[in-house]
Design a protein around this ligand. Structure first.
Ligand code: NAD
Ligand code: TYD
Length: 340
């Protein structure tokens, strides 16, 4: 029996993780701490909200008093930090909140973890901390010891958090692990990220804005496969270890958007090329051999299966898509895509 603190558990990946693990481990307790920003929604936890081993607390990871009191009261064994500002485009417009939540918020959690002697602090990181790779060198992949070379304010804030986690391990001997995953997709992803945004716009017969020439490459990971990898790392990995999760499917943005249109029986003429993102990373590609060999992890959902499941989920949950549309989100769309 163990007690888990799951920060950011009302967001996309955290809610998928909780929806699986709260049922998979009925003897473990899960406390979700989430400030419910525009990207977090209690609706994502509807299916587990009444489980006796689940509890939700609305609060900010930057609030030291609240966090320390929570740690004192709950006596957590494990902390998994999903909480973050996560949208690269928003980090280009307003980097400050990214530094607050992703760097300072992580440090508050690390301090509390040190003081209350938890068993393991796990940081959910990203392949974006490695920077990007050239398009014409398919032989190059990110490894766990690839130097950090972040490009955007978002990825720089995530790289900073990784360094803090490792510093707490080295300096205070805090038991930690880090996972760096590639682009996730699946149910409950907020419709500002590429895949759900394109599904939503295609369903409404709106233009699909592709940045630049659509040749930027991403490596797509179905969210449930990611959650299984996190579970393996948290329970079985050595303290201080870092694992890449991904390496499942590299594909460029134009191709993946065409696949989405095809699955929705919509025409490619909906595609529109728009101004490129500033500092746009060209290619992410992961070598995930370490987790495959050491923890026996492998994917269960390749891109064609995962994309079908994802599209079906959005088709069956159009109410959800409407309900998560805050005023703030509609404003973001209006200003960010003003010419489209
Ligand atoms: P998300 O934006 O969907 O959810 C983030 C959650 O964190 C939301 O519920 C939000 O309310 C909460 N949150 C934000 N600031 C907070 C604060 N100060 N205090 C408490 N809660 C706060 O993000 P996601 O896609 O689920 O990403 C989860 C983690 O995975 C993040 O750390 C992200 O950097 C990492 N990651 C995501 C991807 C991806 O493709 N989505 C890829 C690599 C890494
Ligand atoms: P995104 O989902 O924002 O994830 P990330 O930037 O973390 O990889 O974007 C995925 C890719 O899709 C990225 O290359 C940017 C591109 N993109 C578009 O072309 N148009 C869009 O409207 C969005 C949101 C993203």
């Amino acid at each position: 029996m163990a007690k888990f603190l799951i920060t950011g558990g009302a967001g996309f990946i955290g809610s998928n993780y909780l929806n699986i693990m709260v049922n998979k481990y009925p003897k473990d307790d899960f406390v979700c701490l989430d400030s419910l920003t525009y990207a977090g929604n209690f609706l994502n936890l509807e299916k587990i909200k009444n489980n006796s081993n689940f509890k939700f607390i609305k609060g900010n990871i930057c609030n030291k008093k609240l966090v320390f009191e929570l740690f004192k009261k709950e006596k957590f064994d494990y902390v998994i930090n999903f909480a973050a500002e996560t949208h690269v485009d928003r980090s280009i417009v307003n980097p400050t909140i990214f530094i607050k939540t992703n760097v300072l918020g992580t440090q508050v959690l690390l301090e509390a973890s040190r003081k209350y002697r938890i068993k393991r602090f796990h940081q959910i990181s990203t392949d974006e901390v490695y920077g990007d790779l050239p398009l014409n060198r398919k032989d190059l992949l990110f490894l766990e010891d690839t130097p950090l070379k972040a490009s955007s304010p978002y990825s720089a804030s995530k790289a900073s958090a990784d360094l803090l986690v490792l510093a707490y391990h080295r300096t205070y001997n805090l038991d930690v692990s880090i996972s760096r995953c590639s682009n996730n997709y699946g149910p409950y992803q907020f419709p500002e990220k590429l895949i759900p945004l394109m599904i939503k716009r295609a369903l409404n017969n709106e233009k699909l804005p592709i940045y630049g020439n659509g040749e930027n490459v991403r490596d797509w990971l179905y969210v449930e496969d990611h959650c299984e990898a996190i579970d393996l790392i948290v329970r079985h990995a050595k303290s201080g270890s870092i694992y890449n999760i991904g390496g499942t499917k590299e594909i460029n943005n134009l191709e993946i958007v065409k696949k989405i249109l095809n699955l929705l029986n919509k025409d490619d003429s909906l595609i529109e090329f728009v101004n490129d993102r500033l500092g746009h990373d060209l290619r992410y590609a992961m070598d995930a051999t370490k987790i495959q060999k050491e923890l026996n992890w492998s994917i269960k959902n390749d891109l064609s299966l995962g994309l079908k499941k994802t599209i079906n989920w959005y088709l069956n949950n159009q109410e959800w898509l409407k309900k998560v549309e805050s005023k703030e989100y509609l404003n973001w769309l209006k200003t960010h895509y003003k010419n489209n």
